[in-house]
Design a protein. Structure first.
Length: 276
């Protein structure tokens, strides 16, 4: 594809304000918010400018791009080094094809809603109920996996969640919670972990104590804030985690990008959810 044509934004009108989701293998993947960010990257050639255009910080935009690239079969966004403009960020051909798929599905979704509006007598009440059934979650780390096993005790259920080819996490939930979710082996589920519930430790991960998850991985970025420092951490299976530490911490001052560390979090801090 010629460079000039490649740099042009996709000619789409996918209506980013829509509640329509595109899923990959049953997992929520591309929503209006993320779609809008991708379109702005295509338009501006800059992650910083794209983030400003959609009203989010560079950090949030960077996290969103990394999550999309990690979830996708092929990268959606790539960095461009050098050139007349001094480099930047652009969509891959795979991303452009995906946006066309999104637009096509989105149009079918809107056609369905138009037909539903005609058939529903009390549309306003129906629409309000549908909105109440939607849920946005503040936890930065939302990891999808498959239930590999459940150990049930009197009050607690220990759930093993396969989140990567070689990686399992343990979640401890109440037996009542397990019964409410209706979890069984082989089910899809997702784990929610707040960034400040995870600790980074120097050195590779050894054996973890009972009730703890300890993962080996590498440090991708460090972003200092006023009272905290935020880290991006990636496991060998490609799982991306955002970790928030209070600063200053003596050991973090000597850490560097690419360093091998261990991430640790309690099994009781893993919140499980299932597709609705």
């Amino acid at each position: 594809m010629p460079e000039k044509e490649r740099d042009m934004p996709p000619r789409l009108n996918p209506r980013p304000e829509s509640d329509f989701w595109l899923s990959l293998e049953g997992k929520p993947f591309l929503s209006g918010h993320r779609l809008n960010l991708l379109l702005k990257i295509a338009e501006t050639g800059s992650l910083t400018q794209a983030g400003k255009a959609v009203g989010i910080s560079y950090r949030t935009a960077w996290d969103a791009v990394n999550q999309l690239n990690a979830m996708s079969e092929k990268p959606l966004v790539e960095s461009v080094a050098g050139g007349k403009k001094g480099g930047g960020t652009r969509l891959t051909d795979y991303a452009r094809d995906l946006l066309k798929v999104y637009a096509a599905y989105g149009e079918e979704h809107r056609r369905f809603l138009r037909n539903l509006r005609v058939g529903a007598g009390d549309w306003e009440r129906f629409e309000l109920l549908a909105k109440k059934m939607s849920l946005k979650i503040s936890a930065r780390n939302q990891i999808w996996g498959k239930v590999a096993g459940i150990q049930k005790k009197r009050l607690i259920a220990r759930v093993r969640l396969q989140v990567g080819p070689h990686e399992q996490w343990i979640a401890e939930i109440t037996r009542a919670g397990w019964e409410t979710l209706g979890l069984k082996e082989g089910d899809d589920a997702y784990a929610l972990i707040k960034a400040n519930w995870i600790r980074l430790l120097p050195g590779s991960a050894g054996g973890s104590a009972r009730g703890m998850n300890r993962l080996r991985g590498s440090l991708l970025s460090m972003t200092p804030g006023q009272t905290t420092i935020e880290f991006s951490f990636q496991t060998p299976d490609g799982i991306l985690l955002t970790v928030s530490h209070r600063k200053p911490a003596k050991e973090t001052g000597a850490w560097h990008i690419g360093q091998i560390l261990a991430a640790e979090f309690e099994a009781a801090d893993v919140i499980l959810g299932v597709p609705g």
